[in-house]
Design a protein around this ligand. Structure first.
Ligand SMILES: [Zn+2]
Length: 484
């Protein structure tokens, strides 16, 4: 009898916080500055230098905890995590251990299949390590001629978020991470750049016979720097474990690396246990006890959470999941859409903002909220198109004109002579002429080829330079063809 296997996956995310300075000293954060230009005795671990907690990092962690659906601890404690590595000058990292700043909770997010939740074990603050640069051999450690250290990154505030092992596929892990990233970025907690390493994800993966509840031995897949690599890496590791176990082998607890170009998984080291780090409370820092009034003030000042905004749009404005997802990101696009939707039917506003407006602006390297098309102007164009004052092709032409030359849409319509032909007799004359000019198509329509109505509408739009209302032309063509 063959066994079906079920994968069990938990994710650990490290997000660099968008503070101005480091976690425990006043050095400014930098990206891309010359090496070792943002250092001081504290982040270089000179003897006697004392750390001071960055208040802004605490504030951002409280916001993140709220968005993650976690409890905010009334008292949390920094701890020393002891290990030696050249990028860690103190030979310990200041982190949090048994008393993290954010306790357990459940993160809510939306997928095309509806609302999902994922258990969050904890979220805690810590400092990032410095950056090792391997010389020669394209930066690979194994063949490097030597390594140097850039301490600019050392001491950058990190929020580590640990999820419960409740995911079962690489795709589900990627879907969760996407929503988590969007939430953290919208709230200004991190810039969320996975390519630049300001947000990094590790996955803990094990397999078990489907239908059982125990957990198998897990491996840790490190530092996948895109959603695609996360999904592919997890999928590859599940396949590796399954083949191993089915071949009679055992999964060893180890830390692994997924190589995206080859799709191969290699072992980095055997996995440490928590007791190897000899955690103990950091003697140079007091416990963090955030003032309750301050926490209340932080949470009261928060903007609407991205999930709340999308749910509101889907409920009140009747947007689809996909409309809401596209329009919510980035938040500036969402703000712009909301202003248009306040002045025009929301579904039309969504279609125009997602569709023609963005497409036309993309060709010009602009975003809607930075463009000359104000929400008012777009709402006017939508109103004229919906009342059939102008045809759809004319509406698009007006939009193009406003993008390139500015001006009020109604003035543009007058100036370019784009007003729809409202005169019924004029339209009727046109349709009769087209039928007379195209007797073969007219006869085929009479014989039942109704599709040819599109041919006549196309001819009418050409003849009027887009100023006819296609729907009305279609009606008239059917009427006159059967009368003829
Ligand atoms: Zn410093």
């Amino acid at each position: 009898m063959s066994t079906t296997w079920e994968a069990v996956i938990g994710i650990e995310i490290h997000a660099q916080l968008l503070t101005r300075t480091k976690m425990f000293c006043g050095c400014e954060l930098s990206f891309g500055d010359p090496p070792n230009t943002h250092t001081c005795p504290v982040c270089l671990a000179h003897p006697g230098a004392l750390p001071v907690i960055n208040r802004e990092a605490i504030r951002l962690a409280i916001i993140a905890g709220h968005a993650l659906g976690c409890e905010i601890s009334e008292r949390s404690v920094f701890a020393r995590k002891n290990y030696f590595y050249p990028d860690l000058p103190k030979a310990y990292q200041i982190s949090q251990y048994d008393q993290p700043i954010c306790g357990p909770g459940r993160f809510r997010y939306l997928t095309p299949d509806g609302e999902q939740t994922l258990g969050i074990t904890r979220a805690h603050l810590e400092e990032d390590a410095a950056k090792l640069i391997h010389l020669g051999a394209e930066g690979r450690r194994a063949e490097a001629e030597g390594s140097v250290v850039d301490f600019n990154r050392g001491g950058t505030p990190l929020l580590e978020i640990v999820t419960e092992p409740e995911l079962h596929t690489g795709a589900a892990a990627a879907a969760f991470l996407k929503q988590l990233r969007q939430t953290l970025v919208h709230l200004g907690i991190t810039d969320g750049s996975m390519e630049q390493g300001s947000m990094r994800a590790d996955a803990n993966i094990s397999i078990r016979p489907a239908g059982t509840v125990g957990l198998g031995t897990k491996t840790e897949l490190k530092n996948m720097n895109s959603f695609t690599f996360l999904e592919r890496g997890i999928t590859a590791e599940i396949a590796r474990q399954t083949a191993l176990v089915e071949g009679g082998g055992r999964v060893a607890q180890e830390t692994l690396h997924f190589e995206p170009t080859t799709g191969r998984i290699t072992s980095l080291r055997s996995k440490e246990q928590a007791h190897d780090y000899r955690y103990f409370p950091e003697p140079d820092l007091l416990p963090v006890v955030p003032d309750r009034a301050w926490v209340a003030e932080i949470l009261a000042a928060l903007p609407e959470l991205p999930i709340t905004r999308r749910e509101r749009w889907m409920r009140d404005l009747r947007l689809t999941f996909e409309d809401a997802e596209v329009l919510a990101d980035p938040p500036e696009l969402g703000d712009y859409f909301e202003q248009v939707a306040a002045l025009a039917p929301p579904k039309s506003a969504a279609n125009w903002v997602r569709g023609d407006l963005r497409a036309q602006l993309r060709e010009r390297d602009q975003e809607p909220w930075q463009s000359g098309v104000t929400p008012d102007a777009l709402a006017d164009i939508i109103a004229m198109a919906e009342s059939r004052e102008i045809s759809m092709p004319s509406a698009k032409a007006v939009l193009t004109h406003v993008i390139d030359h500015g001006g009020a849409p109604r003035d543009v319509v007058a100036k370019l002579g784009l007003g729809a032909i409202q005169d019924e007799s004029e339209l009727m004359t046109l349709v009769d002429r087209l039928i007379a000019d195209n007797p073969v198509q007219a006869q085929q329509m009479r014989e039942g080829r109704d599709k040819l109505v599109g041919f006549f509408v196309g001819q009418a739009m050409k003849a009027t330079q887009g100023r006819a209302d296609p729907a009305r032309i279609g009606e008239l063509v059917r009427e006159r063809v059967s009368a003829g």
